[in-house]
Design a protein around this ligand. Sequence first.
Ligand code: SAM
Length: 246
Amino acid sequence: MKLDIVTIFPEYFAPLDVSLLGKARRTGLLDVHVHDLRQWTHDRHRTVDDTPYGGGPGMVMKPEPWGEALDTIAPPGGPAPRLIVPTPSGRPFTQAMAAELAAEPWLLFACGRYEGIDSRVVDEARTRMPVDEVSLGDFVLAGGEVAVLVIVEAVGRLLPGVLGNADSVADDSFAPGAMESLLEGPVYTKPPVWRGRSVPDVLLSGHHGAIARWRRDEALRRTVRNRPELAARLDPATLDAHDRRV
Ligand code: SAM
């Protein structure tokens, strides 16, 4: 998968050289290009922002450097990437969206700063490429860089060959299927007793059916406690089908 990231802070993306994603880059599964937006400015101060029309506090990112950046990375008339624009006013980012993006060959990320990017940039981009405005949640970050790191990590770990054990994705919270609206329950490793606390007996039983059912029950308990709105969306038929399998 090819990833282009446009930002005024390229140094923010150093973590993409580390751990799973770093390895994916080195083995060629991820082809990442980070671009400094300021290379598409033409004034002495390399200006990327200006005051907002209509007044108000803060600054807005100018359309011209963004237009040139998108034209250079994805020339009009050529193959088009999917453009991802992080913004608190976008659609909420979910595991389902991560899976959808993981199926794309080429993603282009536009990192906003200040009060965001002049809206004409997205309007114009939509005429020649698919565009998703994506929110990480109901809070406001200082810029899109951290949001892009989050999205790239969530998408990157779904690419075939990136995780050592592909099965672990299927058991994750929010995974499609039985876990779709469930949070993963508690997990344990050795030793069996630590500071007087024992691992639940069922996990040491070797009884796969009982273990799967216990995990399902714990996932349900945790979901009801921490995310009641998710639990309300649970489909009893999916849970029953899961129980019939174990
Ligand atoms: N004035 C904007 C608003 O209230 O919607 C907030 C702009 S924020 C200070 C600057 C940039 O941070 C945004 O353009 C976006 O790229 C990023 N950002 C902030 N919060 C975000 C969120 N919850 N999800 C995704 N990106 C976010």
